[in-house]
Design a protein around this ligand. Structure first.
Ligand code: 9WN
Length: 424
């Protein structure tokens, strides 16, 4: 099984390779996506450390002057296959955008320093690998500075997202309440090429899309300037911020490897870990999001709220484990971790981020379980992961209970993280 999984996953990553990056899926997502590249590089390093380095380098080449790493780097070959495309963002007209590269203005969760550190570790002795690490380090520092200086809209140190697309968990019920106050754009004004590649019931609805577009227009029309005030959607997400902590710890390791001072990274990781405590919901037993505009917590149990399990020596690890094993997540016989509370009346096991199990989140939970010494459960989930990934041709997501596949197939991070699991 492991050998076959390796062969099929490597083959798919080859098919989705576009010369210096990997597209998430050739039909539905024909460009380079930010956090996808992080997950993809983590798996790709087992097949080709050189390609994994290129994956991260091409993403970092698209960094803006203010330090942001964009959500999407547009691929000239991708054409009109995805909306919003480069013509929507017109990034080339904005000050500080990368020269000769078209990108979105938004960002995605910061898994990049973690990915760069893992890619380096797969080939630590080569000169190319050291050069890669040396070149990536200042860019990653600048990216984290962007989060710390431009995105701390809330009362504390945590970074805020300005759009559900920035969460990577776009349609999560966590965003429902803040989206209530966002106006909408009529469906006839929105192009939906995505619906040609996945069923309507497997993608966000027209109502959500109307709001996503309204928010994207608002951000773009204010030159993607984070000093802009009066923004209707500002949210602190536990997943985004937990990945920031983990990446800050990876930066500390990179600094040490390069003979540099690691203290500022260790300190920021500790401060962010303390700040995350503001997002803990004792009744749900997990972390939740905070609406920065009302300062109220958004009390929904989602897989995002389990992500702090990834932080070493997490004070609440035992509570998170109990929640993970309980009825909201794995308790009722789920094969992989559902994205949303199984006990919630609006949970839907087939609908985009509102119940199904995603492979990147499953992998993060597996790593979190290993971090807290729960290797048995991590092993069981790993077996299921590989089985479902291979059986269904690397689907985007699955029903956590039946394993039924949904969304697109031949999805790159599912294949890449399969490689990471079978090689760990
Ligand atoms: C918007 C590419 C991306 C992932 C996200 C996933 C989905 C896009 C969309 O696909 O989002 O960025 O069109 O729905 O939610 O996590 O990065 O794979």
């Amino acid at each position: 099984m492991a050998a076959e999984a390796r062969r099929l996953a490597a083959q798919l990553l080859e098919e989705n390779w576009r010369g210096n990056h990997t597209v998430p899926a050739s039909g539905l997502y024909p460009h380079q996506w930010s956090w996808d590249s992080g997950f993809i590089a983590i798996g790709l390093r087992h097949v080709s450390p050189a390609r994994a380095r290129q994956e991260m380098d091409s993403l970092l080449d698209a960094q803006w002057e203010d330090g942001r790493i964009p959500q999407i780097v547009y691929d000239a070959e991708g054409g009109d296959g995805y909306s919003p495309g480069p013509g929507f963002w017109r990034s080339e007209l904005l000050a500080g955008s990368p020269v000769g590269i078209q990108t979105a203005g938004l960002v995605q969760p910061p898994n990049h320093a973690l990915a760069v550190w893992k890619v380096f570790q797969s080939d630590p002795a080569s000169a190319e690998s050291r050069q890669f690490l040396e070149a990536a380090f200042p860019r990653l520092v600048k990216w984290h500075e962007y989060l710390a200086t431009r995105r701390t809209h809330g009362p504390g140190l945590l970074a805020s997202i300005v759009h559900p697309w920035e969460s990577g968990t776009d349609n999560s019920p966590l965003w429902d309440q803040p989206l209530e106050r966002v106006p909408t754009i009529p469906p006839e004004d929105i192009h939906r090429p995505d619906l040609a590649h996945a069923g309507e019931g497997e993608r966000p609805g027209q109502r959500e899309y109307g709001k996503y577009y309204w928010l994207a227009h608002r951000y773009r029309d204010h030159d993607c300037d984070d000093r802009d005030t009066g923004y209707p959607f500002l949210v602190e997400d536990p997943l985004f911020n937990a990945l920031w902590v983990v990446s800050e710890l990876a930066l500390a390791k990179i600094a040490t490897e390069l003979g540099l001072d690691d203290r500022s990274h260790i300190q920021r990781a500790a401060e962010l870990t303390s700040a995350l405590e503001d997002l803990f919901d004792p009744a749900l037993g997990c972390y939740v999001a905070r609406d920065v505009l009302t300062t109220l917590l958004l009390p929904k149990a989602t897989v995002n709220g389990l992500a702090p399990l990834l932080i070493p020596k997490m004070a609440r690890a035992k509570t998170l484990l109990r929640t993970l094993k309980g009825p909201r997540f794995l308790g009722e016989g789920a094969q992989l971790v559902p994205s949303y509370d199984a006990t919630a009346s609006d949970m839907n096991p087939g609908l985009y981020w509102r119940g199904p199990a995603w492979f990147n989140m499953a992998w993060l939970v597996i790593v979190g379980l290993r971090t807290v010494g729960e290797s048995r459960l991590a092993g069981l989930l790993s077996v299921k992961f590989v089985e479902l990934a291979v059986l269904h041709r690397f689907p985007e997501y699955v029903n956590p209970w039946t394993g039924r596949p949904h969304g697109t197939r031949d999805f790159s991070w599912t294949a890449a993280l399969t490689l990471e699991i079978v090689n760990s």
